[in-house]
Design a binder for this molecule. Structure first.
Ligand SMILES: CC(C)(COP(=O)(O)OP(=O)(O)OC[C@H]1O[C@@H](n2cnc3c(N)ncnc32)[C@H](O)[C@@H]1OP(=O)(O)O)[C@@H](O)C(=O)NCCC(=O)NCCS
Length: 193
């Protein structure tokens, strides 16, 4: 298996040799140039809050609920050779928080419906994953939790936010675009002849 960025001259060479594309994934960025670039994140959080959803940072006491949500949604991530998701235990998620990751969740009547986990390295931030309980999708909750993460990491100094996923993940692409992310890269997974 070879994973190449679309446009890499080696793509044409592999195709000449009979390799075939077996998966496609994308990378998107949100580049903060001014306060206005945070407006979509702010309104995503506000829409959820106005609808009675509590959007807040997750901490150690939330780890069992976060692990249960991660396990329940793990089968729903489209799989490509370049993008896949494995559910983590509460202990493994706790280790991510200990290592500086930040997690945000959306609650309704005390139930965790949506969550995102993200990390920052200087001005760069990356999302580890975002998930929403099946019966709570299409209510803007993914955009709300990811928006909350963008706002928090921007306050810490993040300026370029990266994220990615599988080509077929329309919900993920649309949710990121709603927050101002722009699709910048396409990756192709090639299988040998
Ligand atoms: C992808 C996922 C996180 C989206 O969660 P969600 O709460 O339904 O998304 P939102 O309601 O915040 O949607 C934000 C936008 O995306 C659109 N959208 C959401 N799901 C969509 C879908 N399946 N097809 C097309 N558009 C979709 C919404 O209509 C909304 O668009 P709008 O701003 O123009 O109204 C959710 O489907 C999920 O948990 N999937 C499994 C895990 C996964 O794939 N995670 C993403 C990879 S990290």
């Amino acid at each position: 298996m070879e994973i190449l960025k679309a446009g890499d001259p080696r793509c044409a060479q592999l195709e000449r040799e009979g390799w075939t594309v077996v998966g496609e994934s994308w990378g998107a960025r949100l580049r903060l140039r001014g306060e206005a670039d945070l407006a979509p994140a702010r309104s995503a959080v506000a829409r959820a809050t106005d609808a009675g959803i509590a959007v807040r940072e997750l901490g150690r006491p939330d780890l069992p609920a976060l692990a249960a949500l991660d396990a329940a949604t793990a089968p729903d991530y489209p799989v490509t050779p370049a993008s896949f998701h494995e559910a983590r235990s509460a202990a493994a998620l706790g280790a991510l928080l200990d290592a500086g990751r930040r997690a945000f969740g959306a609650f309704e009547q005390g139930q965790l419906l949506a969550a995102t986990v993200a990390r920052r390295d200087g001005e760069r931030a990356e999302t580890d994953f975002t998930c929403v309980r099946r019966d709570a999708r299409r209510r803007g909750l993914a955009a709300a939790v990811k928006g909350a993460a963008v706002l928090a990491l921007a306050r810490e100094g993040a300026r370029v936010f990266g994220t990615g996923g599988a080509r077929g993940n329309a919900g993920s692409i649309r949710m990121n675009e709603a927050l101002g992310y722009v699709l910048e890269e396409r990756w192709l997974s090639y299988a040998p002849p």
